[in-house]
Design a protein. Structure first.
Ligand code: SAH
Length: 289
């Protein structure tokens, strides 16, 4: 029953009058074995509440409903939402929401299982993972982003998302998935990733104000990852118009805090978190709040 193959998926989309929308990252799973793999890897127990982002035609949702207490499924596309309402009209443990996940007030869940819209991976990560007590995640995402969150592959992939993600989460496993397991096949390669929350998130990151500074700081220095840290910080502060600090002063401040002026890529994730705290403090010592 409900073996979501390519032909069937095309047929349903035709009937619904839907042309897959690239901007919404509409690439539907057409292979049941991938769905099974996702369910297996998610290790859901029957008393868990799950968040699904972008259920689409419900290929994954259908299985999630069998194994969990409840599924919150956020689908932005009204036609798909209507289709799902109908499809799951007899099912009690689903709550379908026709909302943009990025704007939604999501109820607390401790697991997210989704083949997410690839177009908004970064903002989704920020919304669901970059916070105190994040959920664990079993997600299909773009392979190039998956490679960047697994820091083990150092330095080529060491980037903004590496640092932000690893400040809150631990990447556990990654499997490559062929793009032909989706309709339409996306241009990019995909990966299934299993991630879990860190137990030791730096307490500095637990206030919204500090967290948003940290994310800005990382976004601001990583474009200069091949420069020394003092240069990168100087350029971030100047270009983002935070404050104009002379380089020697930044150098001296770092020295005072026992930080060497090395290349940005030499720093570990946790060192960069700590550094964002120091720079935050430096700015607030200098600027009246
Ligand atoms: N999970 C389904 C569909 C994946 S395609 C499957 O595996 O087959 C991505 C889905 O996310 C689409 O249904 C798209 O309409 C939905 N989507 C895109 N942007 C969204 C947003 N901001 N909020 C909620 N859903 C979104």
């Amino acid at each position: 029953m409900n073996n979501m193959n390519k032909r069937e998926t095309q047929l349903i989309l035709n009937e619904l009058g839907i042309t897959p929308n690239k901007k919404l990252g509409q690439n539907f799973l057409i292979d049941k074995t991938i769905v099974k793999k996702i369910i297996l890897e998610s290790q859901i127990s029957g008393d868990e509440v799950i968040l699904e982002i972008g259920p689409g035609l419900g290929a994954l949702t259908e299985e999630l409903l069998k194994f969990s207490k409840k599924v919150y499924a956020y689908e932005i596309d009204y036609k798909l939402f209507q289709y799902l309402k109908e499809k799951f009209s007899q099912i009690e443990n689903i709550e379908l929401l026709n909302e943009d996940i990025l704007k939604a007030n999501i109820p607390p869940t401790n697991v997210i299982v989704s083949n997410i819209p690839y177009t908004i991976t970064g903002p989704i990560f920020e919304k669901v993972f970059y916070k105190e007590k994040p959920p664990r995640g079993i997600l299909v995402i773009e392979n190039s982003i998956a490679e960047r969150i697994f820091v083990q592959n150092k330095y080529k992939n060491f980037s903004r998302i590496t640092v932000s993600f690893n400040a809150f989460m631990v990447p556990v496993k990654k499997y490559n998935i062929s793009r032909f397991k989706f309709f339409p096949a996306p241009r990019i390669d995909l990966s299934l990733i299993i991630v879990k929350p860190r137990e030791n998130i730096n307490p500095f990151l637990l206030s919204d104000k500090n967290k948003s500074f940290f994310l800005r700081f990382i976004a601001g220095i990583m474009p200069y990852k091949n420069k020394n840290i003092v240069n990168a910080i100087y350029l971030f502060l100047k270009i983002k118009k935070v404050i104009n600090f002379p380089k020697p002063e930044i150098l001296q401040y770092l020295k005072k805090n026992n930080i060497n002026n090395e290349k940005v890529t030499k720093f570990k994730v946790d060192e960069l978190v700590q550094l964002s705290k120091l720079i935050f403090e430096l700015i607030h010592e200098t600027l009246p709040i």
